[in-house]
Write a protein that binds this ligand. Structure first.
Ligand SMILES: [Zn+2]
Length: 346
């Protein structure tokens, strides 16, 4: 097993998490990945849904493995501007507004400009509104306050902001001396980092994967259809996605969580068993769990009718879809399990 450089892995995560890539917003993250892969000596291709692929020939061409880590993050989309210039939104993915209130956001316009703003509640100040604490937090009550001198809806539209502009959330990434990583979008940028670091080590160590291997980076997972299209050549789709932590789970912020089942289906018995056995063989801290309110690109591929074996694993993640936290050990473990699989595919 090649040595995984912790610092390089964390730096890569920080780089990736600071590139906005809210659901469907691919221009900036695609450019970044193209640069990263060009430096590593990998060619990239896209399908029409803008899933980015890197295809690596294996020692044996009899089957094709696809590892997928989604680039998209939860966020919002502009749906209307109120007469006072406040922006109304719809959510993209499982947003929890209780966690978003007060956060800084970026509004990406079609002309390529980005504006900043913050998430507020209509009853924004405890000094003014009786219901500031108790009022529900949802799309009817939450607004975006632009950091621009705007007094009316027309002022906002005149900036070039329009219905359908995409809104990403400040990741606020903090790495602590004890190895904890706090950031929005650990889901799924930590998995993207683990996967890319594994790809870099393949090149550096001159490892040929056992079988033809595709690395896929979809941009629609959070709304359920990132993996709905998978090229026919793929026999196994392994989604790298966060693991869950809670009272009925073995998962922790230090473990690699292998999903045995999610809200749609059990994952493939043989493939999941093989991953778990590999983790044990390589001394990787891993566990199996049954996920509740969770789906992955691997199960969206199954839902769409693809004939493939599906599996999912990734770092345990606290506060999922909020201000998330994990530990470097689990990101390293996710990278290590990926390498173990690439070298040992049965
Ligand atoms: Zn995810």
């Amino acid at each position: 097993m090649p040595d995984i450089d912790e610092k390089r892995l964390v730096d890569l995560f920080e780089t990736l998490v600071n590139v906005p890539s809210v659901v469907a917003y691919y221009p900036e993250i695609d450019k970044k990945l193209e640069k990263i892969f060009a430096r590593m000596g990998y060619d990239v291709t896209y399908d029409h849904k803008h899933t980015l692929y890197v295809k690596v020939p294996g020692a044996d061409h009899s089957k094709t493995i696809c590892f997928g880590a989604h680039l998209d993050t939860i966020g919002m989309i502009v749906r209307h501007v109120e007469p006072n210039g406040w922006i109304e939104v719809r959510t993209l993915g499982g947003v929890n507004f209780h966690s978003l209130e007060g956060e800084n956001v970026y509004i990406h316009t079609r002309s390529g400009k980005t504006y900043t703003g913050m998430v507020i509640h209509k009853s924004h100040s405890v000094h003014v509104f009786d219901d500031a604490r108790e009022a529900p937090r949802d799309i009817e009550t939450m607004r975006i306050l632009l950091d621009e001198d705007v007094q009316s809806a027309q002022d906002v539209y005149d900036l070039g902001i329009d219905h359908g502009d995409l809104i990403s959330v400040d990741p606020k990434c903090v790495v602590t001396p004890a190895g904890f990583i706090k950031s929005r979008h650990i889901d799924d940028k930590a998995c993207v980092a683990a996967l890319i670091e594994a790809m870099r080590l393949l090149k550096e160590e001159g490892i040929t994967p056992a079988y033809n291997t595709w690395f896929a980076f979809p941009i629609y997972e959070e709304i359920g259809h990132g993996g709905a299209y998978v090229p026919d050549v793929v026999d196994e789709y392994i989604a790298l996605d966060i693991g869950l932590i809670g009272p009925h789970y073995h998962g922790t912020e230090k473990s690699v969580c292998i999903g045995a089942a999610d809200n749609f289906s059990p994952y493939d018995w043989e493939l999941t068993t093989r991953l778990y056995d590999l983790a044990k063989a390589y001394g990787i801290n891993a566990c199996l769990d049954v996920y509740y309110r969770f789906g992955s690109d691997a199960t969206s591929a199954l839902r769409a009718g693809h004939d493939l074996k599906a599996a999912v694993y990734g770092m345990g993640c606290m506060n999922s879809h909020g201000y998330e936290r994990t530990h470097i050990d689990a990101i390293k473990g996710t990278c290590a399990l990926t390498l173990a699989y690439l070298m040992n595919e049965a």
